[in-house]
Design a protein around this ligand. Structure first.
Ligand code: ADP
Length: 527
């Protein structure tokens, strides 16, 4: 071989080695179902897929499971005749119930027939002669979710929930609780109303951690492979079907996860992505980039971006929920004292109430933003605190305590006279079960009258992004042409269309567990 030929051969060899290097295949793993995101929806999907006979890999970008679900208080709405039979009806709720009889089904679109059924149920209840026990029905939950979610944004666009999705959530919520119980979750028998839930049907599930622990141990028992610190970066589409996901490990290495039957997106919302919030928000006049959030830092909207890239339709992206009552500095939902929504009393820096505390969260947040420094205090007495040890909260200043209402006002630096008069007036409303100022429809029988008294400072923070990927009742992701994208399913906060413009308190867990289960089953069955 001449010298020239030898050089040419050498060059070709180098090029071949380089080409082989460039085309180096990333490591691959495969399973029937790949779930992206290990919060409540993702874990529910993984467990459900495994229960339906699928092999499952779940990837989670954080170093731990749980997402925003882990940070939730565990409030779960479901119509539950067995537990609700211990909840008494009261005059204020009865008045609220009768108000549905005045509503016109022709103004309720797809929800009209449900309102008609509800009205008949209410008439039957009133005619039964026994209104001592709380009334509730899947139809009431459905209509309240619809009314609570129907909102118009700054551009004049009105959004309502998708009837089939809302109906699916409300009618399957109790079964979802029973499913969690079958996996070992302990659910309290006492029913309350979490803030913004509108009706006493909130179950206490022991907090988001209890749900995550229950589902992650069920997932492990069922053989789900959980890969932490593994971030889904791109959906893989072959011949129009989603067949897997590209992922990146914390050390920067990449891998491919192939799904024989389906990929479930369960990456949560974008509450912790200020730029994305600002880009999509059409509901709030402004949403400052530095507004605190109640969310985990991992709620950055990755799944929405990935789904959009493969043609998914997005719904309701402009509607973002502010939690009215978050820690004024860090957005935390914990570290404070309050009871069920009917027992909460809010006062502003002038010592005055400013809103019906039983209203929807966006109504409360809007009212709170209008107060001085967007700050208010949740007031309660010793009956709410009971024997809880709150010394840590008192030390940090997260809760202020005083033996008298006067002293409490002084410590808060608010108008003493106004405050004392306001609480006396509020207590008189509880006696009359009527609130002429703000029309609060439920007080329980709770008066602020037992010292010591407590105040928890609160302010609104970004809480839940209602918009997201469009799905159908089988949790299949729908594309911009209205067709299901083969192989792609989604559940939880990454989806939109259920809560519309405002989510009822306690409906998020119902949503993520109901649709997480459906998504897992659909993917396992390749529906
Ligand atoms: P949901 O209530 O809908 O389950 P959560 O916020 O509880 O939502 O959970 C979403 C989970 O998805 C979080 O644990 C988050 O860290 C995870 N996640 C978000 N983006 C990705 C991604 N690109 N890859 C893997 N996991 C992700």
């Amino acid at each position: 071989m001449s010298k020239k030929n030898a050089i040419v051969c050498l060059l070709i060899g180098v090029l071949m080695v380089t080409a082989a290097g460039c085309g180096k295949r990333q490591p691959e793993k495969s399973a029937d179902v790949v779930v992206i995101g290990g919060g409540g929806a993702g874990l529910a999907a993984a467990v459900s897929a495994a229960e339906n006979g699928a092999s499952v890999i779940l990837i989670e970008k954080a170093s731990f499971l749980g997402g925003n679900t882990l940070l939730s208080g565990g409030a779960f709405n479901a119509v539950d005749p067995e537990r609700q039979k211990n909840v008494p009806m009261n005059d204020a709720l009865l008045k609220e119930l009768k108000s549905y009889l005045e509503m016109d089904e022709s103004e309720f679109g797809d929800f009209g027939p449900t309102l008609a059924t509800l009205k008949q149920q209410i008439r039957d209840y009133l005619n039964s002669g026994d209104t001592s026990v709380l009334f509730d029905s899947v139809e009431l939950h459905t209509i309240q979710t619809y009314l609570g979610g129907k909102r118009t944004d700054q551009n004049g666009y009105t959004i309502t929930g998708d009837f089939e999705l809302v109906r699916t959530m409300c009618s399957r919520a109790l079964d979802a609780i029973k499913w969690l119980e079958s996996h070992g979750l302990k659910v309290d028998d006492k029913i309350t109303t979490v803030l913004g839930a509108l009706w006493p049907r909130t179950h206490s599930t022991g907090g988001g951690k209890a749900i995550i622990d229950t589902l992650s141990s069920a997932a492990k028992k069922l053989g789900v492979e959980i890969m932490l610190e593994t971030k889904g970066t791109e959906l893989i589409v072959e011949n129009g079907r989603v067949v897997g996901v590209k992922a990146q490990k914390a050390d920067g290495s990449e891998l491919i996860l192939r799904a024989n039957k389906g990929v479930v997106l369960a990456t949560g919302g974008f509450g912790a992505n200020p730029q994305m919030r600002a880009e999509y928000n059409t509901y709030w006049p402004e949403l400052p980039l530095d507004m605190p959030t109640t969310n985990s830092p991992h709620a950055t909207g990755d799944g929405i971006v990935m789904a959009k890239a493969v043609g998914a339709d997005l719904v309701g992206m402009g509607f973002i929920q502010l939690m009215p009552s978050a820690h004024p500095k860090n957005g935390s939902l914990f570290s404070g004292v309050w009871g069920s929504a009917e027992t909460q009393v809010f006062v502003n820096k002038d010592g005055k109430r400013f809103v019906n505390e039983y209203a929807e969260r966006d109504v409360l947040a809007k009212a709170a933003l209008e107060q001085k420094d967007a700050l208010f205090f949740i007031i309660c007495d010793q009956k709410i605190v009971g024997d809880r040890d709150i010394s840590n909260m008192l030390e940090k200043g997260d809760v202020v305590k005083a033996d008298t209402l006067e002293e409490l006002a002084q410590k808060l630096g608010i108008n003493v006279e106004n405050f004392v008069a306001e609480i006396a007036k509020y207590n008189s409303y509880v006696d009359k079960q009527e609130d002429p100022d703000f029309h609060k429809p439920n007080f329980g029988n709770y008066k602020i009258d037992t010292p010591p008294f407590y105040a928890t400072p609160r302010s609104p923070a970004v809480h839940h992004t209602m918009g997201g990927v469009k799905i159908d009742t089988l949790a299949r992701v729908i594309n911009t042409e209205g067709k299901a994208i083969p192989g792609l399913y989604a559940a939880g906060e990454v989806t939109g269309g259920i809560h519309a413009g405002n989510r009822l308190g306690g409906n998020a867990l119902a949503d993520i567990i109901v649709f997480g289960r459906i998504a897992g089953e659909s993917a396992a069955k390749g529906r």
